[in-house]
Design a protein around this ligand. Structure first.
Ligand code: ADP
Ligand code: MG
Length: 321
């Protein structure tokens, strides 16, 4: 539905985007995750035709954003990071104005009512936008994106500045869009996208560093897996016996569970499975395994690992000094 290929964007000497490519299938909710300054807004502004790239292509349902901008843009509803404010209009007047601007064909009154109900602003439709709280302004921006019922909805950090209750509400509205719409949702907060999205694309310093199903993201990022083992018996024996097993890269004692019982963290190469070898080696030495489980790497671990250089000023400069 949305195909982004080899996008490059330079702001003066800064390479904001370096060969960014990903696709979004019809009906999918894609999380576009990355720390501040990673290039999320730049990418979304190019996808929606608000900004030109220095290279690469974007197609929306087969329409190239540069060759067929009208057709491509008519399929997109966009809530930018900084939505334009029409402070002196009422909510209803503003949405009617957007309806006209987008040349929507749906029955006007009914459609605008439906959108206002969906984002829960029907009770404040007579209020002037400038007087609304940040949360309500954000919902008005969201409503604006939904006018015309576009197939693709793009939301740039829609929950920034909202309080926890408003975030929960916003999430449920976004989830409600799934299936009928294709959604791209950007955020710098991992838990935010992990909660809502089917798939996550991670961007760091202008490069895509991961693209995976939400459940699989942690597996693609690391060469090692982790095992947690609780053993009764001599600690030094456990450390040396497990340390010798093929595939094990690291073993350390994590905590004492009770008298003579310790928990160990075992790291091993992800293409192997060392559980049987661990069992056999310890059983042979009369060391009793009370518990053994695959502890994996947390999604949080993976994200930190993927973006660990962000923040340090490592972005490549063109030509630079
Ligand atoms: P994000 O949305 O992920 O926080 P942005 O796309 O806004 O990141 O920014 C990516 C990089 O491009 C940052 O280093 C930012 O400072 C730079 N940048 C963004 N907009 C401009 C601009 N108009 N002029 C110069 N640099 C910019
Ligand atoms: Mg941004």
């Amino acid at each position: 539905m949305v195909e982004v290929k080899n996008l490059v964007k330079n702001y003066g000497s800064i390479n904001a985007l370096d060969n960014v490519s990903f696709t979004v299938e019809k009906g999918e909710i894609l999380g576009f995750l990355g720390p501040n300054g990673a290039g999320k807004s730049t990418t979304l502004n190019i996808i929606t035709g608000y900004l030109f790239s220095n290279g690469g292509t974007v197609t929306i349902d087969g329409y190239d954003i540069l060759e067929n901008p009208m057709q491509a843009r008519s399929k997109i509803g966009y809530l930018p990071e900084q939505p334009p404010v029409y402070s002196d209009m009422t909510v209803l007047k503003y949405l009617e104005f957007i309806y006209g601007l987008k040349k929507v064909k749906l029955p006007r009154k009914q459609h605008i009512e439906e959108v206002m109900k969906l984002v829960k602003i029907d009770d404040i439709k007579g209020r002037v936008i400038g007087n609304l709280s940040k949360g309500y302004k954000q919902r008005v921006g969201f409503a604006q994106a939904l006018i015309g019922n576009p197939e693709v909805i793009i939301l740039d950090e829609p929950t920034v500045g909202l309080d926890p209750r408003q975030i929960v509400e916003m999430r449920s509205v976004i989830r409600g869009l799934a299936k009928k719409h294709t959604v791209i949702f950007s955020s710098h907060i991992l838990s935010e996208v992990a909660n809502i999205c089917d798939r996550i694309v991670v961007i760091s310093e202008g490069k895509i560093v991961a693209d995976a199903k939400t459940a699989e993201l942690s597996a693609v990022t690391s060469d090692v897996k982790k095992l947690s083992v609780i053993v009764e018996g001599s600690s030094s024996s456990v450390l040396s016996l497990v340390g010798e097993i093929e595939g094990v890269t690291k073993v350390r004692r994590v905590s004492q569970i009770s008298e003579g019982v310790f928990e160990y963290a075992v790291e091993y190469k992800k293409e192997t499975d060392v559980r049987r070898a661990v069992f056999k080696a310890l059983a042979k030495a009369n060391l009793v395994i009370l518990e053994m489980k695959d502890s994996g790497l947390s999604l949080e671990d993976s994200y930190m690992q993927l973006t660990k250089f962000a923040g340090a000023n490592t972005r490549q400069k063109k030509g630079g000094i």
